[in-house]
Design a binder for this molecule. Structure first.
Ligand SMILES: C[S@@+](CC[C@H](N)C(=O)[O-])C[C@H]1O[C@@H](n2cnc3c(N)ncnc32)[C@H](O)[C@@H]1O
Length: 275
């Protein structure tokens, strides 16, 4: 999709408030449905129709190698959006399947299936209730997908462990936990810490006309991630904190060259399920 103009988003009130799993899902599914066209028009070329980019820094799986060899492997992408990463896996011989909460994102996946001739079978579902049998996959991954949008991360990680075969691989990227101290602003205002790193209260956008939650992201500290992964049966093998490339001046939400030169914006984790 070419970049195009989109109407300004409806005004929301940003706050930190406690939100449970049901409310997170009720908010985020429709929000991604509303935002999908703009997201794909804005970021689609950067992602590549069959490309695998781990985050706004542009680190690719070709360079990172966190998944390991995917050829001949059964691979599940959770929060797959338009399936760009899964299409990359398929182009390397993996049997990738996509899963996303947003119907509109999956419609974009179908559009790219047809445009590229590389089809990613995909399901509409949530990370906390994977519609697959136990031990169905060798690899589960998530590139800025579902994990930071779920309240019940312990359930999502238990689900990933359940569908993985013993010794299987989990890999995901998230907003770097240290970023949560700063306003989500790519400019100078995004350089001053304004909230506590240890405050896990979710980031929430609220519709001021109804007071309903319209969008949610959940924050965990690095220590939380280690504890949750260990409790779900994983052994962490990799933590990548990609540097901002010198000549990369693309702004993506709160990610920018200005901030990227000073602080990590993305964390990429690789972990193996204990055999
Ligand atoms: C930032 S996009 C990333 C998509 C894709 N990996 C990419 O790089 O474009 C986040 C995706 O996670 C999906 N998502 C959010 N909550 C989810 C959930 N609970 N279960 C599955 N997918 C979810 C959204 O619908 C959205 O497509």
């Amino acid at each position: 999709m070419a970049e195009q103009d989109f109407p300004p988003p409806a005004p929301v009130v940003v706050e930190r408030r406690t939100v449970d799993e049901a409310e997170s899902r009720r908010a985020n599914g429709p929000d991604w449905d509303r935002y999908a066209d703009e997201y794909q028009a804005t970021h689609g070329a950067f992602l590549g129709d069959a490309g695998f980019v781990w985050g706004p820094e542009g680190l690719t799986e070709d360079d990172a190698g966190v998944l390991g060899d995917v050829a001949g492997r059964d691979v599940l992408e959770v929060g797959s959006g338009a399936g760009q990463c899964s299409r990359w896996v398929r182009s390397r011989g993996g049997r990738a399947v996509g899963l996303d909460l947003s119907y509109r994102q999956l419609q974009h996946s179908r559009r790219l299936d047809e445009a590229t001739g590389v089809a990613v079978p995909s399901v509409l579902a949530t990370a906390t209730a994977l519609p697959f049998a136990d031990a169905s996959f060798d690899v589960v991954f998530c590139s800025f997908g579902a994990l930071q949008f779920v309240a019940d991360l312990d359930v999502a990680l238990a689900e990933a462990a359940r569908v993985l075969r013993p010794g299987g691989r989990l890999a995901f990227s998230i907003t770097h936990p240290t970023r949560w101290m700063f306003p989500d602003d790519p400019g100078p205002d995004g350089l001053t810490a304004v909230s506590s790193y240890w405050d896990r209260t979710p980031y929430v956008e609220v519709d001021p006309t109804t007071d309903e939650v319209a969008y949610v992201e959940h924050h965990r500290t690095l220590g939380d991630w280690v504890a949750l992964l260990r409790a779900a049966g994983f052994v962490i093998t990799d933590l990548l904190e990609p540097r901002w490339p010198e000549h990369h001046d693309r702004v993506w939400g709160g990610w920018s060259q200005l901030r990227g030169r000073l602080t990590p914006g993305t964390a990429i984790v690789g972990a193996d399920l204990r055999g």
